[in-house]
Every structure is written in C-alpha cells, then in structure tokens.
Design a protein around this ligand. Structure first.
Ligand SMILES: [Zn+2]
Length: 506
C-alpha cells in the first residue's frame, strides 16, 4: 500500500493509491469509527436512552436486550457486508488512474458531501474528475410510510421512524417481525426462527439517522393471524379519521381493517383505538382553546380599535371558555362609511368535540355584495346569546335610533324577540328561503314556489295584488297562508324605501 489512511471524516475522504488499501481502511476506519462512536455514546448515555425507548413505546418487546457473543458477531458481519455494497469499481479505477501520479507527494483527495454520494470530485494532480459513489436513498415518512420498502443503504431520519416503518411493514405483509437487538444505535429485526428474513440498521457516525446495513427481504414462513404490531395504537394512528367519524360503528370498522390488512381487530381493540384517536384530536382542541386568550390579545394588538370580548365562566377556580365576540375595526368602519343600513343575522352549528353555535352579522355594501360585520361563538342559539351579541353589535355600529335600520333574520324564535326588544322601530324582514321552507310543509309544487317568488319580487302594490290573484287561482289554501303573513317582511312592494335597499334573501 503506497499511501496510508490519513483522514476519514464526513465530507472529506482521502483517496488511496491501492484500491484494496482503501477498502481495508474503510473497513477499519470508516465503519469501525461508527462502532467506536456508538460505543462512546453508549458509555456516556448508558441505559438512559434505552429506558426512554421503553417509555416511548410500551408495545415494544425487546427479546434479547443483552447482546450475546453471537449478536456481536452478527453485527460485525453485517457491517462488513455493508462495506461490500460500496461501489468498488469507481474506487478501484480511481486508484489505477492515480498511479500516474505515484511520485506526486500530494495525496489525491476525494470529497464526499455529507448526506449523499451520487457523484464526487476526484482531484488527481491538476485534473478534476467526477467519480460515482454509492447513492443512498432517504426514507421520506410522509410518502414512504404508506408502504415501507427496505433496501441496503436506505437512511431513516430517526430510529423511531425506522421502528414505525418496520411495524407498518410487519402489519402490511402479515408477518410478526420482532426487534432482536434494539439499543438505540443498532436495531436488528427478525421474523420466524426458520425464516431467512432479517433487517439490521444502525446509526452513522453517532448521528440521529440510522441506515440499513443488512437486509434479506425473503420470507419462507407463512402469514399469521396474530401480530403484536397490529394493536390499538397502530389502528388509532392509521384509521384516525374513520375512528373519529360520528357515524363510526365497531362492526364496519373491523371489516374495513380486515379488508385492508388481513387482521381482524377485537371489539376491545377497536374501542380502545377509538378512544385513543378521539383523545388525540380532543387534546389538540383543548390546547387550542388554551391559546384563545392570547389570540384575542393579538387581534386587538394587530387591529387597533377592534372589539374582542371573551366571556368565561368559573369552573371551580379555573376559568372556562363560554363565548367570544369579534368585530374588527375595518368591518366597523366599513359599515359606517359605505354600507346600506342593513344587518343580516344568522347562526349555525359548530360540530366537533366542543359543539356550539356560530352567530354572525353581515351587511350589504353599495353594490349589493355581502360585507362581514361581526361574529361570535356561543354555547347555544337563544334569546340570551343573541341579546348579548346584538347589544355589543349595536354599540360597535353606533345604532342609536333603530328606525334607520333594517334587520333580516331567519325567523328563529329567540332572535325575533331580541330584535323586537332591542330595535322596536327598525324594519324587520325575514329570509324568503326560510319562509318558503315553512310554506313548503303544507303547499308543495314548483308552480306555487315560482308564484311565491313572483309575489315577493313585485315592486309596486298593484303588481303585488295582481300576483296574489294569480296565487289565488292556483291554490286558495296557499293564498290564505300568505295572506296571514306580514307582507312587509318578505314582499318588495311593502318594503320601506328609506334604506335604498330592496334586497330579500332567497
Ligand atoms: Zn418470515
């Protein structure tokens, strides 16, 4: 060997004159370096890391934590085998070509980037050549975890991700893979005793990522019905959306899992998976509610002049969220500057683990488009919550004389009463769509629907009377039903003209 091993670090590798010398150095230096790094790390961290391992994964079963001599021998064999994976041709050729510069005292250098190695530059005297080195693939959890495929040299960002990939693979192939050696830096996975399958990965240079150093993917065993990896935790991870669906039922869930994985989860497993998935989601909701106070302060800071009112009630000593009202300064000012004196009010349900009601108020700007005014989240839609909302809103929109305003509602009982109480002399219209929904209960048919719309659209009183006559001819009961309703709430011909707004919601 003309040149010796001089330097071997991530990013910088010294080229040797003699190809076999390089391999020997790599064997002794590069990969044993990994081991020595691992050893020193192990000595420093000893059992703390493996304890943490067990804490993180209660399902994990470590079959032989202590390494036997056999294990040590196998690990060494694997590292040696992995060295065989390095592209010898490229390195050997590099060695041959370098012989020309045998007498050159400067050692030729080959640079390898830290995380990959498809190509690297070889400097030979004054020439710069490209050399091909092994190209290791990276495991991308968001893409590859759906169906993990292993190969020699494949790199995983962390050992936890590697173990999750093994568990996923184990369930997908229907075989119970076992972690034989798992000490934080080195993980060996085996199948049945007589099955040739085995997979070994270890960390590189003491870094967090682990790399597959040995892999035999062939199985001679048969598929089994039991698998410790196909447990409630696994199902809660992979079926979270269907487990938290409100239409979930245990039998169809068992069937779905069985079709996709060949395993049939027990009822207890299914229920446990569901509760795990639900608590995962609810946990994140709860955390978000805790941030609501900060959110309100941030809204006020970034939108000066905005009204943000958070109402909480005491549950023991702890404040518990009850309602929040938000009216941004730009919305307030927009209403005062350029909107018609129209306020549309409606509420809708909020679903999820913390159900409630979303109350909102919208205006109409000069081009008859919708303009958001304010919104609130309240526990229910009732007289009390609407009163609380409208009192705050009328203060923000500076509504002093309600005669100048019109309110559009969906005929919700509590809401109508509040509008009548708070704005007694305002015009009160109701949404035609909601009115028609009530009309439809007793009077069905497209002809009646179209005629009702024609009556609502009529802009003058004689026209209105004319359209009502047509309704009478069509259906006397429907005509009578409409006569009982206050036309000033839904027919254009009866609207006041002060607002310069003849909108009726349909
Ligand atoms: Zn097997």
């Amino acid at each position: 060997m003309a040149f010796g091993f001089a330097e071997m670090e991530i990013g910088v590798m010294v080229l040797f004159r003699d190809g076999s010398g390089l391999l020997e150095a790599m064997a002794k230096g590069f990969f044993d370096d990994v081991e020595s790094n691992w050893r020193s790390e192990e000595e420093e961290q000893t059992s703390s890391e493996s304890d943490e391992d067990l804490d993180e994964d209660p399902d994990f079963v470590d079959l032989a934590y202590a390494q036997s001599e056999e294990d040590v021998r196998l690990l060494r064999d694997d590292d040696n085998q992995f060295q065989g994976y390095v592209d010898h041709d490229a390195i050997d050729n590099a060695g041959e070509e370098d012989e020309e510069s045998d007498n050159n005292p400067a050692s030729p250098r080959m640079c390898t980037p830290e995380h990959s190695s498809s190509e690297s530059e070889v400097v030979t005297g004054n020439c710069l050549r490209k050399r091909k080195l092994p190209n290791f693939k990276d495991f991308i959890p968001s893409i590859d975890m759906k169906n993990p495929q292993f190969e020699l040299g494949l790199r995983f960002p962390t050992r936890e991700i590697f173990r999750a990939a093994v568990r996923r693979h184990s369930v997908l192939i229907g075989r119970e893979l076992k972690f034989k050696v798992n000490d934080g830096s080195r993980i060996r996975v085996i199948c049945d005793e007589k099955c040739p399958f085995h997979l070994y990965a270890s960390s590189v240079h003491g870094s967090k990522h682990v790399q597959v150093k040995s892999y035999v993917g062939k199985h001679t065993c048969g598929q089994g019905n039991a698998n410790m990896h196909a447990n409630a935790k696994y199902f809660s991870n992979w079926y979270e959306s269907s487990l938290t669906n409100s239409n979930w039922d245990v039998a169809s869930f068992q069937e779905k899992v069985n079709q996709e994985t060949d395993y049939y989860p027990s009822r207890a497993q299914a229920y446990r998976a569901r509760s795990l998935a639900t608590s995962n989601i609810e946990g994140s909701y709860t955390e978000q509610y805790e941030l609501l106070w900060d959110y309100c302060e941030e809204l006020k800071r970034t939108n000066p002049g905005s009204s943000v009112v958070l109402k909480s009630e005491l549950e023991g000593d702890m404040p518990r969220f009850q309602r929040v009202y938000i009216c941004l300064q730009a919305c307030k000012q927009g209403f005062l500057d350029g909107c018609r004196p129209y306020i549309g009010l409606d509420g809708c349900h909020i679903k999820g683990p913390h159900p409630g009601q979303l109350l909102c108020a919208v205006g109409v700007y000069a081009n008859n488009g919708m303009f958001p005014l304010a919104y609130a989240i309240a526990e229910v839609e009732s007289y009390n919550t609407w009163k609380w909302f409208l009192e705050l809103l009328s203060h923000d929109l500076k509504i002093e004389n309600s005669h100048n305003y019109l309110f559009m509602t969906d005929k919700q009982k509590g809401l109508i009463d509040v509008v009548d109480d708070l704005f007694p002399i305002a015009e009160h219209r109701c949404c035609l769509k909601h009115l028609y929904a009530n009309f439809l209960k007793e009077h069905k048919g497209l002809a009646l629907k179209l005629q009702m719309e024609s009556i609502a659209r009529a802009t003058t009183l004689p026209w209105f009377v004319e359209e009502m006559k047509k309704m009478l001819e069509l259906d006397t009961a429907a005509h009578a039903w409409l006569c009982e309703r206050d036309a000033s709430q839904w027919a254009r011909s009866h609207f006041r003209t002060d607002f310069k707004c003849d909108i009726f919601d349909e």
